[in-house]
Design a binder for this molecule. Structure first.
Ligand SMILES: [Zn+2]
Length: 190
């Protein structure tokens, strides 16, 4: 039998649940793994997750009142892939949203460190985040030819490394019950 809940108020939409792996670490840091309350409750009813913390808010079915979960943990551990996908976002995250030539944060593009015309590939090891002025200045040259220095050599990050970087970029919304499972503060203090 399906259970249908009628939300008490539209603000329920702002009650996401933080989703932890079975080891109580977030499934993902960046973007932070959160589910909307409908998905979270469904997982609760399917007994795929344990409720770790709850909101004060309740939803009502004809027969039950239930507090919305604010933190849930998967019962079964999900093995994380060793390497993240090679996406624009993940590449910017690896480079901390910073131009790898001048250190500026802001509007970024991608630089082929070894230019394509020289056979440079579009790969983790040959792409660096760059601001538009640096990208234009470098043009179709190698860093050596342009006398520009990379802050770090582009590399293929592991998921572990990318998660570690993601911790330094907390999302805008953090419910207080999530803080015990996240490490932003200690990371930022380092
Ligand atoms: Zn720059």
């Amino acid at each position: 039998m399906g259970v249908h809940f009628a939300p008490q108020s539209p603000s329920l939409e702002a009650s996401p649940a933080l989703i932890l792996n079975a080891d109580y670490r977030p499934l993902s840091y960046f973007p932070l793994s959160i589910w909307n309350w409908q998905t979270a409750l469904k997982a609760v009813f399917l007994e795929r997750v344990d409720i770790i913390a709850e909101y004060d808010r309740e939803v009502h079915s004809p027969t039950t009142a239930l507090k919305l979960p604010s933190v849930i943990a998967l019962k079964k551990y999900v093995r994380q892939p060793q390497y993240p996908a090679f996406t624009r976002f993940n590449l910017f995250l690896r480079d901390r949203f910073t131009c790898q030539y001048c250190g500026m944060k802001g509007e970024l593009t991608f630089d082929h460190v070894v230019p394509r015309a020289y056979g440079g590939r579009t790969s983790w090891a040959n792409i660096a985040a760059a601001c538009i002025p640096c990208n234009l200045k470098k043009g179709g040259r190698t860093p050596e030819e342009a006398h520009m220095h990379l802050l770090q050599k582009p590399f293929k990050p592991t998921n572990h490394q990318l998660h570690a970087i993601g911790r330094a970029f907390p999302p805008n919304y953090l419910h207080e019950s999530w803080r015990d499972y996240l490490y932003w503060d200690s990371e930022l203090e380092r």
